[in-house]
Write a protein that binds this ligand. Structure first.
Ligand code: ZN
Ligand code: ZN
Length: 317
């Protein structure tokens, strides 16, 4: 399977502001030496050696992750503002998609904001299926697109739209991929999804406040989390913020590291980045998470890759 990150921020979109851009250019120019400008190759080498926070960005769009199964079935987790970039890429490549399978974690704005602008919803040839265990999914989505909050209502969508309410312990099959879900601890509720295919597995677990219960090695937790190849996990807070914002529904990166170690998960992508955190802060958080992991005494000594979920990143499993 292939996973692409289109939106990785939480709460609200976080575009790069002009002041930040000016500061970056100033910092880059300070580092330039005449030798760096010598040829296209030296210029390229100079740019590639710049710190990630100067020559790149984790991204400013809110939650949207695309997963292509081995049979190229298109699964989308959440329809935050990253959905627009996903659509642009599909337009550019002129790929024709038979059906979009959209799995919604919950209905907070940061996970829905891209949906009213998603072209395939207005296409009479389009086919879009929404999945969620929330029985009120259809009503919630329709309520989200009403005047005066949006100029056109749900009726303006021309695509063939289906809603599938997932049942407790249901394992859904799409081609050769199996999709499971569990509830997450978050205000108004949230669902995590797991996709397994050809011996590989991926979990999307946004908006999750990890609790003691998650660390218990119950059969359910073990079946869902043990030895998963990659997890995208909400780590909006530092440990201090998580204590201060207890019950706000998000986790700290340190708890997330302990959690993935407990279940032998192989890759952790820190996700739902706080809109107040700059790219430089995010890179610091990543270093702290990696350092924290090194300092833990691991009963599970398998290698763990920790990275930031970065817009535009592609993960092959
Ligand atoms: Zn959120
Ligand atoms: Zn939320």
């Amino acid at each position: 399977m292939t996973v692409r990150f289109w939106g990785v921020r939480g709460s609200s979109p976080t575009p790069l502001c002009p002041e930040e851009l000016r500061n970056r250019f100033a910092a880059i120019f300070q580092r330039v030496r005449p030798g760096h400008l010598h040829s296209p190759e030296t210029r390229q080498r100079f740019l590639s050696k710049l710190p990630a926070e100067l020559f790149g960005t984790v991204g400013g769009n809110t939650a949207c992750i695309e997963l292509r199964t081995n049979e190229n079935i298109t699964i989308i987790f959440d329809t935050g503002t990253g959905l627009r970039d996903l659509e642009q890429r599909i337009k550019k490549t002129r790929e024709s998609i038979d059906e979009y399978h959209i799995f919604l974690s919950h209905f907070h704005y940061d996970h829905l904001l891209g949906l009213p602008y998603f072209g395939p919803m207005y296409d009479p040839q389009g086919r879009v299926t929404f999945y969620s265990p929330f029985p009120a999914m259809e009503q919630n989505l329709k309520k989200f697109m009403v005047a005066p909050f949006h100029p056109v209502g749900w009726d303006s969508f021309a695509a063939e739209i289906r809603f599938i309410t997932l049942q407790k312990d249901e394992v859904l099959t799409l081609g050769g991929a199996e999709i499971e879900w569990i509830h997450r601890n978050h205000p108004n509720g949230c669902s995590s999804y797991k996709v397994s295919e050809s011996g590989k597995s991926f979990i999307y677990s946004t908006d999750t406040e990890l609790t003691e219960k998650d660390f218990q090695r119950t059969q359910k937790n073990v079946d869902y989390f043990q030895d998963v190849d990659a997890i995208v996990l909400d780590t909006q807070y530092t440990l201090g913020e998580a204590i201060e914002k207890y019950n706000w529904g998000h986790s700290s990166y340190s708890l997330a590291v302990e959690f993935v170690r407990e279940f032998g998960i192989r890759r952790l992508y820190l996700f739902h980045h706080d809109p107040l955190n700059s790219d430089a802060t995010m890179e610091d958080i990543l270093k702290s998470a990696q350092l924290f992991d090194k300092r833990l005494e691991h009963k599970n000594a398998k290698s763990l890759i920790i990275d930031l979920a970065r817009e535009g990143y592609t993960l092959e499993l």
